[in-house]
Design a protein around this ligand. Sequence first.
Ligand SMILES: *Cc1c(COP(=O)(O)O)cnc(C)c1O
Length: 406
Amino acid sequence: MPIPFSPPRIDEKTIAEVSAALRSGWITTGPKTKEFEKRIASYCGIKNVVCVNSATAGLELVLRWFGVTKGDEVIIPSYTYCATANVVIHCGATPVMVDVCKDFNISIRNIEKAITKKTKVIIPVDIAGLPCDYDEINALVHHPDTIKLFEPKTDEQKKLGRILILSDSAHSFGAIYKGKHTGSLTDITVFSFHAVKNLTTAEGGAICLNLSSAFDQDSIYKNLSIKSLHGQSKDALAKMKLGNWRYDVFEAGYKCNMTDVLASIGLVELERYEDDMLVRRKFIFDSYSKAFSKYNIFELPQYETPDKKSSYHVYTLRIKNISEQQRDAIMEEIFRNEVAVNVHFIPLPMLSFYKNMGFQIGNFPVSYDNYSREISLPVYYDLSNEDINIVIDTVINSVKSILKIN
Ligand SMILES: *Cc1c(COP(=O)(O)O)cnc(C)c1O
């Protein structure tokens, strides 16, 4: 039996909760979605969370709320999933890509060099689940020189008075930075609950608001919820109340609300996330690191530091001093032995669309080096101890056989 890469954890409890949601008579946005939002907020230690149908939609809603548009620049890492860049392009703004560090996360030094008077937002990405250096990123946008450059146009931009930090925490739900959970580390954080992510609702996302008291967060919560539903003054549940049929539309909003059927999966996932899911994922990470640390050829991922604790999302193994072609050959050999592996990520400047925009991988040497030697290993709740050992043996044997070493 092949070992898959990251199937979701679906068991009788999940199925029972989804069945209950289906039988409840209310299947779209309603009480379960609101409950899920409250539980996420409490888990992250913040007050307001808006659930949507994907992280992509969540990121775009926030950019739209902040008024990001043509002529604006948004700084993103070159090493991420395409969603991070595409939402900027949807808004008509320009994605400014900067290279990353050896730990896969965006380089603060490079952000600093990329800031201009057009910069409106920075989107750091917690690759593989490891939080970025948020103290440094936050300090950078609060620095008087950075503030002086900022040219606010919309009311929200004037109120903030500086560059907005919107973290793409698609990988890092449950990760910790200096004692605090992701979701509470920057102005706004977006999580993904896509099927391959640590905590899933099949498809889904959450926007976590952590703005200063200059902002009325309850009203931003309401504004974003309305934006996710056509700019309509009442959601379907409110309109269902007898006699409550009349509604208004405030703006040409979007359609990206979360459904109660999917929130019911999320509620089960969240309930057993901290003490069960994260514990198992950490065990898998530790097992891999223990085995591979015996060989000098492997470069192990950093997933725990004095300041940071990963969410153990992707185990990013690198092999020292190999070419991209050798990495590909090793992966082929691993596939032949029926273990599913992956690469996180192909840097954006290597993909056609961004290449056609003028991005060149030669300008992102660390991204290329990380990518060319990386192999992501299977990590999922139901991966058995026996399977962990099969993965380890398969990787070691494949590396030895392709590189012809003992
Ligand atoms: C998965 C992912 C997204 C997109 O999440 P969706 O919920 O599928 O929209 C965004 N950024 C990164 C880094 C991702 O890995």
